[in-house]
Design a protein around this ligand. Structure first.
Ligand code: SF4
Ligand code: SF4
Ligand code: SF4
Length: 241
């Protein structure tokens, strides 16, 4: 089999395994979906009091020009079918009523619709080919919290215990039962560019920060599967001074 065909076969198998795994894993029943409810976590809270990263929709110009040019018309939010765009509340002063993304609540799917409705150009219109150049935020990955890396570590430790004739421990049993994950890989709109699978592991992510758009889809799903202790965090890359 050619190298290219081998890679496709491995990737295809991983996708099938991940789909089956997702159906079978207990405790993971909710997946990213539209959560445009005004009561969703984080909505209506002040950025300054929440100390969350400032992340703008794709195509946003630099922060000073954005704040000066955005006329707070809400058209980008209306265009966002998945409900990824939130608006800052009144108490956020100069930020009030401007759009932002909260990956821990809802990631951006990079559909780019919002970039085509902005009447002022502070969200610049983007085409499909521009996706690989979008930089909304920086990605920070904490391997120790990732279920796939944990599952491998636990399996290796248990194998060592068994080899030495001792009983397997129950210490990490909940993680062992949940097994490897791979959801960030499945949900990334730039799969196989911004994130690949780590060789030698099963469904463990290998991120490429240089190609990552900072859309936050991976943080959103990681929040769900890790039950609030995500291995992925998106950080602001905007200069607010
Ligand atoms: S690109 Fe699409 S999903 Fe992302 S914020 Fe804009 S409209 Fe919403
Ligand atoms: S979604 Fe989170 S826990 Fe799952 S593989 Fe990705 S980083 Fe690891
Ligand atoms: S790695 Fe995460 S933040 Fe980066 S493009 Fe993929 S889903 Fe978006």
């Amino acid at each position: 089999m050619s190298t290219r065909r081998s890679v496709l076969a491995v990737t295809g198998l991983s996708v099938v395994f991940a789909a089956v795994h997702r159906l079978m894993r207990p405790g993971v029943s909710s997946y990213p979906q539209s959560r445009r409810s005004p009561n969703r976590p984080g909505m209506g809270q002040s950025l300054t009091t929440r100390a969350l990263p400032l992340i703008r929709p794709p195509g946003a110009v630099e922060e000073k020009a954005f704040l000066a040019g955005c006329i707070r018309c809400n058209r980008c939010q209306d265009a966002c079918d998945v409900g990824a765009i939130a608006l800052f509340p009144q108490q956020d002063g100069p930020l009030a009523h401007t759009p932002h993304i909260q990956p821990e609540v809802k990631g951006c799917t990079l559909c780019l619709k919002c970039t085509h409705v902005c009447p002022t150009g502070v969200l610049q219109p983007l085409k499909e080919k521009d996706k690989l150049h979008v930089k909304m935020a920086d990605l920070s990955f904490h391997k120790d919290l990732c279920l796939s890396f944990k599952a491998k570590r636990i399996r290796d430790e248990q194998a060592l215990l068994m080899e030495s004739g001792r009983e397997a421990t129950e210490a990490d049993a909940p993680y062992e039962r949940r097994g490897p994950c791979g959801e960030c890989y499945m949900f990334c709109p730039l799969r196989n560019n911004a994130v690949n699978l780590e060789p030698g592991y099963f469904l463990a992510p290998k991120f490429d920060e240089t190609q990552c758009a900072g859309c936050g889809m991976c943080e959103e799903i990681c929040q769900v599967v890790t039950q609030g202790r995500p291995a992925i965090r998106l950080l602001s890359r905007r200069n607010q001074s």
